[in-house]
Design a protein around this ligand. Sequence first.
Ligand code: NAD
Length: 319
Amino acid sequence: MRYLITGGAGFIGSHLAEALIARGDQVRILDDFSTGSRANLAGLGDHPGLTVVTGSVVDAALAERAMADVDHVVHLAAAVGVRKIMQERVAGIRTNLVGSETILAAAAERRLPLFFASTSEVYGKSTRPAFAEDDDSVIGSSSLHRWSYACAKLMDEFLALAWFHEQQLPVTIARFFNVTGPRQSPDYGMVLPRFCRAALAGTPLEVHGSGRQSRCFLHVADAVAAILALLDTPAAVGQVVNIGSDEEVTIGDLAGKVVAAAGSTSLIQPIPYATAFPEGGFEDMQRRLPDTRKLERLTGWKRQHDLARTIRDSLTWSR
Ligand code: NAD
């Protein structure tokens, strides 16, 4: 199969590209290298199965050219990371809304199956214990800019499902919950790589808020296994599917685990949200736990990596 991966030079995309090429598929990457990098693709060298197109997903003509001769589109390109979303507001919305519309329209023109990367952020502030795919979204005010990411991804989901229902475009939507591990950049607010960098440098690990908010971190290898399984599952077409880990940890405890695993002397330093995000417009949610029974039922997927392994691999990479 020939795959187009938008955002393929990024964290998840580069691991997916490697996995597809390892199983004999061909990969074309469309990426503007805003948060992705050539270094992420270094493991593939100049493999004949890989081609790279540099440019933006908002460029309709480029998107059409990038889709020539491919069998399947995996749309991962997005403006990600709380810090980036808060600091580059218009550009973030443009990529996440216009970029996705452009990619969907180009795929629809060619009737190409499309996998879309959505996010657990679409559940918003909902206080349900574990989010299932049909649960409500509880989104904050538009004066709190962090919600723009969730809203853009939610509109992308609506649009993808509309293409599926009106034109039978084969789309599959995955909602990722805190995927992490080797190659995730610490520069855009992602917590585990940020903690690893600080622990290894002996500088304080900054925990935003009380540190009692919890998350579930999924090793990128498990996320890629889930993507591959969904790509190969016809019953996943037209579906929204959570991808995440059920191992929950508070951010305060995560900081302690990283310090211990690194053998570091770093301090753990609580930082009020208002200090961490002086531009304002931020609020956090206490828990974010996925219900992954649908993914398991559809594909038989099971998580293979626990949090301790995920932290170890992230530290090794940071080193
Ligand atoms: P990433 O930043 O490493 O990857 C995004 C890639 O998209 C980068 O290579 C970047 O250069 C590229 N990109 C950004 N804007 C672009 C544009 N306008 N045109 C072309 N390329 C562009 O982040 P990631 O964690 O690998 O995220 C991949 C996808 O998964 C994103 O859609 C993200 O919203 C989604 N997601 C990730 C997580 C997670 O925990 N990592 C959670 C939820 C959803």
